[in-house]
Write a protein of this length. Structure first.
Length: 404
């Protein structure tokens, strides 16, 4: 069999611990045998980040701007314990934070649905993808503990000296106040990423906030989304048969619970924080959640939503048997390969990504899975496989498909 050729390289960001082990297994067993894999490799493993004073992370983000599509392994975000463990020069920032800041992107979290791993909400038949705005609001607030009676005001001083002020509250006793903000630039970037992503997966986009109560602040979010949709995206959405709509957050929550899924749900920073943890757990397993960073300029970076699975890695180092789930990492690769294929008009690469996805799901549906899924599946006869055994089982299913 001739290997599938690639015209443009993928930006490949390697990572840490157990996911780094899985990364290599996936490449060796599921990708390289079929694809003449072309990647520009960046080692974001902690050792290399330390050696390069984290320049490698910046280079990887810049490469993503150059090529448009990246795939990333989970990485350690150092804390004090990691600084000691790896003898780091300093406590580096989260690589995801650094990359997100450079690409100005929004993170989309999408669950992988598998027959036999059932969502807790029975009506959900298709994935619901969450998009959380990652700037401002209560996460960049200014707060005061009010000691006693007095007047709280909100004041804006323009560069030309013009002052706008409003009374927040006339306190007759102690209380609290909080000031929050956002910027048109950030909201527009968020909205654009959401439209780009929804278009790329050909799904409807929902946006919800509380404009009935927050008549200036939340209403402004709603207006920015609507304007961008009307001016730049409406026709593109209609061309693929999808739509955008706004609905009040409480209505959206009720609708989501009754829905079949199959759409992208965009939320403000706090709403997204709270709802995304609920959605992730209601779909079954963290190891079945993918994460995609989309920049307003249309750059895509794919990864698993989980971390480096440190506990399993220490078992692995001791030579003990592990059963780490590689599904989200495999889907990060297939997501990136499919996107690369779309951009390059490379149908063979897109077909391969589809086949590898199917092979992964079919392997699990046939009862072969890792320990985390064996615990929650409704499939009666289950074979619990080790980390590598599971990847070999997928390889077997994939081989049959490729030779069919
Ligand atoms: P984690 O790696 O997500 O793992 C937490 C626990 O969840 C694991 O111990 C395991 O439970 C279960 N789990 C997660 N992924 C799994 C998988 N693929 N297969 C089977 N079980 C899985 O979180 P963590 O241990 O708190 O964090 C480890 C490191 O990851 C940290 O240094 C953190 O900075 C980093 N991190 C990176 C990213 C990223 O790069 N995107 C995201 C989050 C965290 P059991 O132990 O019960 O089996
Ligand atoms: Mg949270």
């Amino acid at each position: 069999m001739q290997k599938i050729q690639m015209t443009t390289p993928l930006v490949e960001m390697d990572g840490d611990e157990m996911t780094r082990i899985i990364w290599k297994m996936i490449k060796d067993n599921l990708l390289s045998p079929y694809i003449d894999l072309k990647t520009e490799y960046y080692d974001l493993g902690l050792k290399k980040r330390d050696e390069t004073d984290d320049q490698i992370t910046i280079d990887a983000a810049e490469a993503t701007k150059k090529y448009g599509v990246a795939v990333k392994c989970a990485t350690i975000t150092p804390n004090a314990a990691r600084v000691e463990e790896y003898h780091l020069k300093k406590m580096y920032k989260s690589p995801n934070g650094t990359i997100r800041a450079l690409l100005d992107g929004t993170v989309f979290r999408a669950p992988i649905l598998i027959k036999g791993i059932e969502p807790y909400v029975r009506s959900w038949k298709k994935p619901i993808t969450m998009a959380r705005h990652a700037y401002g609001d209560v996460y960049k607030n200014s707060e005061i503990r009010v000691p006693g009676a007095g007047t709280a005001e909100i004041i804006f001083t323009a560069e030309d000296g013009t002052v706008t002020r409003k009374t927040i509250h006339k306190f007759t006793g102690p209380g609290i106040i909080q000031g929050i903000h956002n910027t048109d630039k950030s909201i527009e970037g968020f909205a654009r990423s959401c439209f780009e992503y929804a278009l790329s997966v050909k799904q409807d986009l929902w946006f919800s906030c509380k404009d009935t109560i927050s008549k200036t602040y939340d209403t402004h979010f709603k207006e920015i989304f609507q304007k961008l949709y009307d001016e730049e995206y409406k026709e593109k959405f209609e061309a693929v048969g999808t739509t955008y709509f706004y609905t009040l957050i409480d209505d959206a929550v009720a609708r989501v619970m009754r829905s079949e899924g199959g759409f992208v749900w965009a939320l403000k920073n706090y709403d997204g924080d709270v709802m995304s943890d609920m959605m992730a757990s209601s779909f079954g397993s963290l190891a079945l959640m993918t994460s995609i960073l989309v920049s307003p300029a249309g750059y895509f970076e794919y990864e698993a939503a989980h971390g480096t699975v440190q506990r399993h890695y220490y078992k692995y180092l001791k030579g003990e048997k592990t059963s780490t789930n590689s599904v989200a990492t495999i889907f990060a690769w297939t997501g990136a390969l499919r996107k690369r294929g779309e951009l390059d008009g490379n149908q063979a690469l897109q077909d391969f990504a589809d086949k590898l996805d199917e092979a992964t799901l079919e392997t699990i549906e046939s009862g072969k899975m890792t320990g985390d899924l064996a615990l929650i599946t409704t499939i009666p006869e289950v074979q619990k496989l080790g980390t590598e055994e599971f990847i070999f089982a997928i390889r077997e299913t994939l081989d049959k498909k490729m030779n069919a």
